[in-house]
Design a protein around this ligand. Structure first.
Ligand code: NAD
Length: 252
């Protein structure tokens, strides 16, 4: 085990599956004490199968202030990885008020909640790294039928830059990650849904893959490697940035 994160306490949201889960495992393997949280505690508990002693799991609903306060009090994080988010399908004409309110709360306001809770402790200790999950669709590039998602994820970029600049001289760093398409349970659901619409799952899959000039989607572990870097002191000179990891989608 290399120990790039030894001595660091890390709080991760949406850790039950996908990028959150892969990041928990990667950071624990680098020696961090990782607090892995989600609302889906059943799936979350399967992280125990990894046999990593430095992972503690518990419920945190990022849409609930009390739940967030409790989790932060327990974790006392040096690193906060805000991973929770949801993808709505459709254009501005399809978006309902309920979808909009839900996405603003889960994709954006949840980060305000966790950062407000975790920041005072980080400032007291004089160091902290906040990593927010945005998306390639969050101001880097547009994709069809991602109005609510793209808008809320773009706001994550603004949130990240604002927090970064306000605390830049106090040992606090705040960055966001902008992935292209990543293999995860919810992405597979989106492939299924588009497949039903198109009458062909293969065609749906081909459309998602075609977004990346590399001709594939990312593995969650590839995003987790970037999370490890941003959590570690190796990234000490980067803050306020959008770290794009998208198989060349926006790089042409
Ligand atoms: P996923 O969507 O498969 O899993 C999301 C997890 O979030 C689930 O375990 C779910 O229980 C949890 N969750 C939902 N509501 C929650 C709440 N209120 N509190 C706490 N946890 C909650 O995972 P994924 O696809 O790896 O996505 C993770 C993040 O990465 C999301 O923010 C997503 O928008 C972003 N992202 C994903 C992709 C992709 O293609 N998969 C690309 C770019 C960005």
């Amino acid at each position: 085990m290399s120990e790039r994160l030894k001595g660091k306490r890390v709080l991760v949201s949406a850790a039950a599956q996908g990028i959150g889960r892969a990041s928990v495992i990667a950071m624990a393997r680098e020696g961090a004490m990782v607090f892995a949280t989600d609302i889906d505690t059943q799936s979350l508990s399967s992280i125990r199968d990894e046999n990593l002693e430095n992972i503690e799991i518990f419920e945190m609903n990022v849409r609930d202030d009390d739940s967030v306060q409790e989790a932060v009090a327990l974790a006392k994080p040096d690193v906060l990885f805000n991973c929770a988010g949801f993808v709505h399908h459709g254009t501005i004409l399809d978006a309902t008020d309920d979808e909009w309110d839900f996405a603003m709360d889960l994709n954006l306001r949840s980060m305000v909640r966790t950062i407000k809770a975790a920041l005072p402790g980080m400032l007291e200790r004089g160091s902290g790294s906040i990593i927010n999950m945005s998306s390639a669709l969050g101001s880097i590039i547009g994709a069809p039928n991602r109005f609510v998602y793209g808008t809320t994820k773009a706001a994550v970029v603004g949130l990240t830059k604002s927090v970064a600049v306000d605390f830049i001289t106090q040992g606090l760093r705040c960055n966001c990650i902008c992935p292209g398409t990543v293999d995860s349970p919810s992405w597979r659901d989106r492939v299924d849904a588009l497949g039903k619409q198109l009458g062909s799952r293969e065609e749906a899959l081909a459309q998602f893959v075609a977004r990346q000039p590399m001709g594939r989607v990312a593995k969650a572990e590839e995003i987790a490697a970037l999370v490890v870097y941003l959590a570690s002191d190796e990234s000490a000179f980067t803050t306020g940035h959008t770290h794009i990891i998208d198989g060349g989608w926006s790089g042409q």
